[in-house]
Design a binder for this molecule. Structure first.
Ligand code: KIV
Length: 292
């Protein structure tokens, strides 16, 4: 008699277990994280062996053409998380909590985190900053939802930080950053993003924490790296931050393909016979006769 599959096998089959991230830190294996915003990009990130996908509110800028991440809504993140989870099976899916979805109260934070998991299908959520966010993270973790923290350059509150600038560049600010990261860990966060901080500071924070750090613009001493999909693939006509390494220029490839398509349509080179559907000759004759 064949063995019964475990009760939740179809849901969890092949998914990277969340505790594995801490094990990777312990083993000194780097964690690979990238943002994604739809099903095809989720599928490609999965096929490429990415460990964690962030459905980031960077979508507000790189996908939706806004000046900042601030106007991004819960509905947008829920929809994008649904799309990404349809494409990506193995990677852990972390949904960003957009600005205004967790600042008011623990109840608001838990309600919106639950929505991202229940309606969006996220495995975990991400919140920005230390300060009052520490208590929000504790409340969400208390509700049974894994939380990723994010310190350093926190785009949702970039105005307070003086713009999209590197952080933790004085001893005092670096100490504050370390204290925020430790407080988020103590609140139960399973990992912390360190954005735009000097490598030496990121390394010190990484050594001081038991949970993994994921760097972006934080040097090579963190436990993992994250990049924004459009920045790293050259699919964004804005100015990418200096810490981005561009691995492809898909924007150029797409523009060339579209220009070729336009030329083919205008010149009659497209469509060709192979792009059309055949019809039995007698049916065609009957159709022609009936339409005279
Ligand atoms: O929204 C996002 O893409 C992020 C990453 C830059 C970490 O928060």
């Amino acid at each position: 008699m064949s063995e019964k599959p475990p009760r939740y096998a179809s849901w969890t089959a092949g998914k990277l277990p969340l505790p594995e991230l801490a094990e990777m830190k312990r083993r000194g294996e780097k964690i690979v994280m990238v943002t994604a915003y739809d099903a095809p990009s989720g599928r490609l990130a999965d096929a490429a062996g990415v460990d964690v996908i962030l459905v980031g509110d960077s979508s507000g800028m790189v996908v939706h053409g806004r000046e900042s991440t601030v106007p991004v809504t819960m509905d947008e993140i829920v929809f994008m998380t649904q799309w990404v989870t349809r494409g990506a099976k193995r990677p852990l899916i972390v949904a960003d909590m957009p600005f205004g979805s967790y600042e008011e109260s623990d109840e608001q934070a838990v309600r919106n985190a639950v929505r991202l998991v229940k309606d969006g299908g996220a495995d975990a959520v991400k919140v920005e900053r230390g300060g009052t966010t520490v208590q929000r993270a504790r409340a969400i973790v208390g509700a049974g939802i894994p939380v990723m923290g994010h310190v350093g350059l926190t785009p949702q509150t970039a105005t307070v930080l003086g713009g999209f600038k590197a952080q933790g560049r004085t001893a005092e600010r670096a100490q504050e950053l370390l204290a925020d990261a430790k407080a988020l860990q103590e609140a139960g966060c399973f990992a912390i993003v360190l954005e735009a901080v000097p490598p030496a500071v990121a390394e010190t924070v990484t050594k001081a924490l038991a949970v993994p750090t994921i760097g972006i613009g934080a040097g090579g001493g963190t436990d993992g790296q994250v990049l924004v999909w459009h920045d790293m693939l050259g699919y964004y006509d804005g100015r990418a931050p200096r810490f981005v390494k561009r691995y492809a220029s898909v924007g150029e490839v797409i523009e060339q393909a579209l220009a070729q398509y336009a030329e083919d349509v205008r010149g009659g080179a497209f469509p060709e016979e192979q792009h059309t559907y055949a019809m039995p000759e007698e049916e065609l004759e009957a159709f022609r006769a009936s339409s005279r």
